[in-house]
Design a protein around this ligand. Sequence first.
Ligand code: KIV
Length: 284
Amino acid sequence: MPDRSKVTLATLIAKMESGTPITMITCYDYPMAYLVDQAGVDMVLVGDSLGMTVLGYDSTLPVTQDVMIPHVQAVRRGSPNSWLIGDMPYMTYQPSVETAIRCAGRYLAETGCDAVKLEGGAEMADRIDALVKCGIPTMGHLGLTPQSAGALGGFKLQGKSAAQAKKILDDAKALEDAGCFSILLELVPDRVCELITDRASIPIISLGSGPRAHGQLLIFHDMFALYPKFKPRMAKVFADAGQVIADGLKRYVEEVATQQFPEREHWFGMKDEEFGELQKLLAE
Ligand code: KIV
């Protein structure tokens, strides 16, 4: 593994201040986390999007913290150097400040992650304030917030009208004032993202919200064509791993059927004298 020092909050702030774009990606398991760490990605989110990308649900709502914890632990083992964020699942922070503290505290204590993320605007300011007072770095998430996709009219662009955009700007200010170390803006118009970035003194990360942010986030399975149900427009496919795996599986099925696999190097033999001995034992 190349030499890399651990990404800290200071690293992220330094990047923001020097105008160096911050990289962020979602990740859900050990082998991919290992590759993400080697590639030098700054921030890694174990998102509750795993409900869709890994578990095949149609939304993130069925995901519980018990489901999330082993994934966050695995990603921590694979990516010791990134700034690792555990996503707070549906109904772990909405009910009260106390449920939020319990969920976030459990993440830090049981997984070794560095921070948590929760969705929502000014109405979540008391949760964020409480978490930050407990010493838990917290990322906000505005725009398309998948846990409320139903109420928002689906997985769609948010903040298209001036009034909606103003609400997102006000929410961003409320989240920053409440103590968020960073805010993710998902699927808002580029100009709204730019206005928020210009006004913020914390890193603003864009997911499908254009280039004028301090950093970019992509969902791992979208980047590598590993999600069969749909391909969001905001996602660039950086490598078609889905096709590579599909081709490999087709070859495997063919080679087993035609007895080309396994080849001699894929199995282990037994010494003649031991095999002779075995035959004698069986004949007794
Ligand atoms: O769960 C997740 O991966 C997320 C992203 C959509 C940002 O929250």
